[in-house]
Write a protein that binds this ligand. Structure first.
Ligand code: GLY
Length: 376
């Protein structure tokens, strides 16, 4: 049985201890139990802010608002002085740092920063191919880097709610148009006919012609990277929530069903669902946490007779994460969840805490307690 209040207290206590130590720094992944930091937040900086906003909502303790805002200067400096360091993950960064702030506190500065960031995100849209370019060409002439001009990745589906929000708050259609164009392209190419997902899909950036699916973080081009599948569940769910287009809801449900079918006995996924041999391979708790939080949102949009199915699946994942993978009895560990898998093919950030795993775990708990607005 889930003890949500116990889980909440665990999240609040550990996050407060961390915030007192981290101050304005942005945690990323842990080494030997301690978080490492990223000066401008990489793609993950927003999750620390979002985690603190969730803690504020679950406790009403203003300490967490201050903790969430302590790093704002890094987001501001990055957006206005180092925009070349940003890629499509602008939604993760500025959604959880600024949109969440605006939704909770009404802070107009946060809204302005978020809208400027949304303009930067739509500037990445390839009109011919109807997609948002994921990564930047950092090494001109290098084939992999050049391929980035035509690369989308499944993660971007979770950056789209940020654009839908921008249209909602300004009434300007330009953000939604890009989000819908990108979601449709993803629906067509990056989601396979069996509702597993490619990590990346490559297009000719000049003609928009589709080329092929690929992977960078999964086991193989035709495998199914579990965190990517969880990005698909949430991304298509929010696309439906903002547009009412049933096609997105259908994809979200089918992607969730695949995720559930491919789960391990303990309800926490391997880092990739299509490993030829699982022996010695790591799980990825962040994929489990992201899927659980996403299924809870999904459950709000499905028919009455489907709702409990997704809520129960999310609860089973959370129960296992908390009982078997959390640091609830480990005062020396800074993360909330152990055994995240950041980038297995590069053997980086494997078997550690990941700030996004911690965030989605807390989001799922907060949602079950009905203690939060939607930051996405
Ligand atoms: N968005 C990058 C990742 O999921 O690792």
């Amino acid at each position: 049985m889930l003890d949500l209040n116990e889980m909440k207290q665990f999240i609040l206590d550990k996050t407060k201890d961390n915030a007192m130590n981290f101050k304005d720094k942005l945690p990323f992944y842990s080494e030997d139990g301690k978080y490492t930091f990223n000066e401008y937040g990489g793609w993950t900086g927003g999750f620390w802010c979002g985690l603190n906003f969730l803690c504020y909502e679950m406790s009403k303790d203003k300490f967490y608002i201050e903790a969430a805002r302590a790093s704002r200067h890094r987001f501001v400096e990055r957006l206005y002085e180092k925009p070349e360091s940003l890629d499509h993950d602008i939604g993760f960064l500025y959604g959880l740092s600024c949109v969440a702030d605006y939704k909770i506190t009404g802070d107009e500065k946060a809204k302005k920063i978020a809208l400027d960031a949304a303009d930067a995100l739509i500037a990445r849209y390839n009109e011919t191919g109807k997609f948002i370019q994921a990564w930047n060409v950092r090494t001109p002439g290098d084939p992999f880097s050049e391929e980035n001009r035509g690369r989308i990745i499944i993660d971007c589906m979770y950056n789209l709610p940020f654009l839908f929000w921008a249209t909602e708050v300004t009434g300007e259609e330009k953000y939604k148009r890009v989000a819908v164009g990108h979601a449709d392209t993803c629906a067509k190419y990056i989601i396979r006919s069996d509702y597993t997902s490619f990590h990346c899909y490559i297009f000719d950036p000049d003609t928009g012609k589709p080329k092929c699916g690929k992977t960078y973080q999964g086991y193989a081009d035709d495998s199914c990277w579990s965190r990517g599948q969880s990005w698909a569940i949430g991304g298509f769910t929010y696309a439906y929530a903002y547009t009412g287009d049933k096609k997105y809801l259908e994809i979200a449900k089918k992607c969730a069903d695949v995720f559930i079918d491919l789960l391990e006995d303990d309800n926490v996924p391997m880092w990739d669902f299509k490993l030829p041999d699982k022996d010695g391979e790591p799980r990825d708790t962040s994929a489990g946490a992201t899927a659980a939080a996403s299924m809870l949102e999904l459950s709000k949009h499905v028919a009455d007779d489907e709702r409990n199915y997704y809520v129960d699946c999310a609860k089973k994942i959370l129960e296992s994460l908390y009982s078997n993978y959390s640091t609830k009895d480990m005062a020396d560990e800074e993360g909330l969840l152990l055994h995240g898998c950041g980038h297995k093919p590069k053997n980086k950030m494997v078997d550690c805490s990941l700030i996004y795993g911690d965030y989605y775990f807390a989001e799922a708990v907060a949602r079950l307690l009905d203690d939060t607005v939607r930051y996405w």
